[in-house]
Design a protein around this ligand. Sequence first.
Ligand SMILES: [Zn+2]
Length: 500
Amino acid sequence: MLSEIHSIALEGPVALPVRIDVSSTSGLRFTLVGASEPTLRECQKRIRAALLAIGMRWPGRQITAAFSPADRRYEGASFDLPLALGVLLASGKIPSRFQKIWAMGEIQLNGQVAQTRGSAAFVYAAQKANAEVILLPHKASAEWESTEGVVFVENLRQAVDFFHTGVKPKPSLEQAPLAPDPKPFLWDSIKGQEAAKWSLLYAALGGPHTLLVGPPGIGKSLLAKSLGELISSPTPTQSAEILAIYSAMGRLDEWPGKQRRPFRAPHPSISATALVGGGHPIQPGEISLAHQGILFLDEWAEISSSALEALRKPLEEGEIRIGRAGRGLSFPARFQLIAATNACPCGPSSICHCSRSQIERYRRRFSGPLMDRMGIIVQLENKRRSQPHTVEEPEASLSLSQAKILLRNAQGIKEKRHASVGYDRSVQNSDVPLSRLLDVLLATPEALEVMDRASRKRNLSHRSVHQLFRLARTVADVEGKLKMSGHHVVKALNHFQQPM
Ligand SMILES: [Zn+2]
């Protein structure tokens, strides 16, 4: 008899589907085809012992299990459960009442099924393949709440019973779902950075990469973190993608939770490999952990040029391809970059003492192609220091709740505008390709004229002009205007202050 069970093999955060075909014929040998790795060879011992522990026996038959695709190395104990079920199905010890069975989990000698890395990635892959039943260890339930088709089993006995009865086993104890600690709102604690807050509002709506320039201690990282409070929650699909990455990488303790997007802030000393991925075996980097969220790079000028160079392609493509002999792996990496830097090497606490050439050398480090991809450039100033004699008066501060209302309304305008020109309403302004930019802007002739003058005066690159158009469009969206006028361009220019 034959049986067919599906599972996954992990390559970094990517779950690759695996099919396991098991056949039982007369004879007594056990053969694994396409799987040579020792932990996998041990599986027969574990399954045998586990069957005995639940009062069953390894069938007295010739069993052949074939893994496909065959040109891959399979390792780890997560194939125990699919193999055990395949063997029991093929030898007729359990009835074959389901089509498209997916399973993963390590079987212990006493019959318990233990959790292995990547269960969320597994469920994600199984659902995409329209699995009928998805069996996985009970402990995984914390990372994947009850989902259609998912059957949690604590031990092999429950799995066997499920095949006999079709009734899902009841969990013996409820697990508390993983939830991040609620944190106090940062946004409202930031005082006196109104221009920066508006920049962040535009960053949250339009999705552009953003550079914050200013002296140390002015709150650049606080501003970057507070953007995390403003951006929308991930859609269910995005949320599943994020969870799958953290699950597959065994980093669930760092998972931001279902309702939040990742915020990653690696140290400036990070290597290119740790940032974008690579190594042996190939591991994804911070940019994949930041997928569908924010990558915050503080002290931008301190980051190695190789690491910055490595960012260029994924910033454009939304994924990272890492070559390996024979084939390349690609990991998702669609993130919003928020970078921060001092304006000069001394990071002026009062007065800058750097020479012109020192400053130029410093700024060259973060110039070039990456600078061209910045859609917002904010110059932060320490108001209290520059105006020591003014009494600190409360500015009309943009609160988090006001910002959220503005965002929601602007989102509505953007969708309406995109629909009116037959453009996908879910696309962000920063994603609009050049070929559609002019259609989507709905710019007045005056707006184009203002932009033209500014680009000549400031000697802006083509890329910068396109970024500014997108930003001006976002400003108009926030103001609730369908038409983008000159005044929106002027405002955008204020949030795009390239360091000279
Ligand atoms: Zn200086």
